[in-house]
Design a protein around this ligand. Structure first.
Ligand code: A2P
Length: 346
């Protein structure tokens, strides 16, 4: 059997990686529809050696589509995902539009693959920072249970799209040339103030909520509980944007439930966990960095330490390519699981 796959947001930072990952994964795809805004009409993108023309994302474009991967912003997903489902497609949505909808599974295959089969047409791909964190927490949860999580993130600009990547380039060049620096996009395009990201750190990703946390921080908090099926798990997050292009890094503090956990045992868990690569040796200065993780599908973990005061507390450094495991690769994994398990229809 062969499938008709659509990519919505095909010209975007994540969409481009989706196309590349679909190609590399060699899924049984007999037709691909690459969709974006009117602005991209006529552009061509190569897929499996063929030039495919970008079409406008309109409801009729989903006629005959089996699986649609969405990454064109929440408002597009709200408008068009139901149109795709109406026409018989299963949607894997990379935006935050449906993630907390109780009818929509929120999936990281290494953690809760089986939730996919409960879908009603839409499956949500979690927030990029959340994906890599829960992938690293899951082996620890399975072995020891977890009681509490506190995370601080160090996030790449590509998480805010191609335009943010351009903004960082332009600002960096301007600064080095001694020219005036323009900030028009980050931290959040629609927000009132903008600050330079070049040679800076911005403790705001997405808009502020009434409780003083940003929406990105609340995504990490709420989505972690949903994916891990731990509704009562205490989770707290601080999310920070930094001036590099790719990969998110995280300092994760986790408290385990049962005794018996040690740094050595946790390292052993990571050595045997799917999708995780342990890179941890202070003697050889071995640890992952955003640059070393770029272009790779795995979640890299290093700097594992026991807390100085809390014997059941452990610190981890977790790094992954935000466009791959954080977005495109996780979405393609979900699509592959749907195909292999025959979960297209509920
Ligand atoms: P386009 O290139 O035609 O604007 P990024 O995350 O890198 O900013 O990319 C956003 C993606 O979402 C792009 O592929 C963009 O297409 C797409 N997109 C933005 N607005 C719309 C829209 N109104 N309809 C369809 N696709 C859209």
């Amino acid at each position: 059997q062969s499938y008709h796959v659509a990519v919505v947001g095909a010209t975007g930072a994540v969409g481009q990686k989706m196309i590349q990952t679909l190609e590399e994964q060699n899924l049984p795809i007999d037709k691909i529809s690459l969709l974006a805004s009117k602005r991209s009409l006529g552009k061509k993108v190569s897929f499996n050696g063929e030039e495919v023309e970008i079409k406008e994302a309109i409801p009729e474009a989903f006629e005959g589509v089996d699986i649609a991967l969405f990454s064109a912003g929440g408002s597009i997903s709200k408008k068009l995902a139901p149109e795709a489902v109406k026409r018989g497609a299963v949607v894997v949505d990379n935006t935050s539009a449906y993630r907390m909808d109780p009818e929509v599974p929120l999936v990281v295959p290494e953690v809760n693959e089986k939730d996919i089969k409960e879908h009603n047409g839409i499956i949500a791909n979690p927030n990029c920072s959340t994906i890599q964190m829960v992938a690293a927490l899951e082996p620890i949860r399975k072995a020891f249970g977890i009681n509490r999580v506190i995370v601080s993130t160090y996030q790449a600009v590509s998480g805010a799209g191609n335009a943010a990547v351009e903004e960082l380039k332009e600002q960096s060049q301007a600064l080095l040339n001694g020219d005036e620096v323009n900030a028009e996009l980050l931290p959040v395009k629609s927000d009132e103030k903008h600050y330079p990201i070049a040679f800076n750190a911005l403790p705001q990703i997405d808009v502020f909520q009434d409780n003083g946390y940003t929406f990105e921080e609340m995504k990490m908090i709420n989505e972690t509980k949903k994916i891990m099926h731990l509704n009562e798990l205490p989770v707290s997050a601080t999310c920070v944007r930094l001036p590099f292009f790719t990969s998110h890094a995280e300092s994760v503090y986790v408290e385990v439930e049962q005794g018996g956990a040690s740094v050595e045992k946790i390292k052993e868990l990571f050595q045997n966990a799917p999708g995780i690569v342990l890179e941890d040796d202070p003697n050889t200065q071995t640890y992952p960095t955003p640059l070393s993780a770029e272009g790779k599908r795995d979640v890299f973990v290093g700097r594992i330490r026991q807390d100085m005061d809390q014997s059941n507390g452990f610190h981890l450094w977790v790094v992954s390519d935000n466009l791959l495991k954080g977005a495109a690769w996780n979405s393609v994994q979900i699509a592959q699981s749907i195909i292999e398990n025959n979960w297209l229809k509920k």
